[in-house]
Design a protein around this ligand. Structure first.
Ligand SMILES: [Mg+2]
Length: 211
């Protein structure tokens, strides 16, 4: 077994406030319920053969193409074509940094550990999410689904991250708010912490790293 050398963190919902607030802002801006948004995603996936959110996060469609596909699916449900104002802008207006987790990443670095960011994200959103925190100060490596063409929980994006940082899986702790993303990391041999709240992650990380 390797000694832990690196902490790999998710972005949305870990280093930020919960994403559900952003999705609520999107739904409110168009006047739809979460159920209708979910139905639109499912119907678009059935018609096009791919979940549009996954396509967006893998950089295979743009932000505009995404809202186009969602509008196509919502039109018959609503009886009119919804008006999306800039999707990314609405999303980020409702999202805020989590200063407790940002401090914890700094503490990890002060204690001599390496740090990387592994995010399911959107190409065109890079300037918006990067402006929320000092990314290059906090992380030596960023792996962004929108630029590498696959997304968590696909094992390939974890393997790509490990090859970029040149470490075995068991030398890494992975933090993510989604259980499915943590499970994929466990399957590859990483230690994982599922984010529920900052204090809980701090306790678990201190235990794992002996800080
Ligand atoms: Mg997340």
């Amino acid at each position: 077994m390797s000694r832990i050398e690196m902490v790999i963190s998710d972005f949305g919902g870990v280093l930020t406030t919960p994403l559900v607030e952003s999705f609520m802002a999107i739904q409110d801006s168009v006047g739809i319920s979460p159920e209708q948004f979910g139905r639109a995603l499912a119907e678009s996936a059935a018609v096009t053969g791919a979940n549009p959110l996954f396509e967006l996060e893998c950089g295979r469609i743009t932000d505009d193409e995404f809202t186009g596909r969602i509008s196509d699916a919502l039109e018959p449900i609503l009886g009119h074509r919804p008006r999306f104002r800039e999707f990314g802008l609405t999303f980020f207006e409702a999202l805020h940094p989590n200063p407790g987790m940002i401090d914890l990443i700094r503490e990890v670095k002060r204690n001599g550990y390496r740090t990387a960011l592994l995010t399911n994200n959107v190409r065109e959103w890079e300037p918006m999410w990067r402006s929320m925190l000092p990314v290059d100060e906090l992380f030596e490596t960023v792996v962004d689904s929108g630029f590498v063409g696959c997304r968590k929980p696909d094992p390939r994006i974890y393997e790509l991250t490990l090859s970029r940082v040149d470490l075995p899986a068991d030398a890494c702790v992975f933090i993510d708010d989604l259980e499915i993303n943590c499970e994929a990391a466990v399957d590859l041999g990483m230690k994982t912490i599922q984010f529920r709240e900052t204090a809980q992650v701090r306790v678990e990380l201190h235990q794992l790293l002996g800080m």
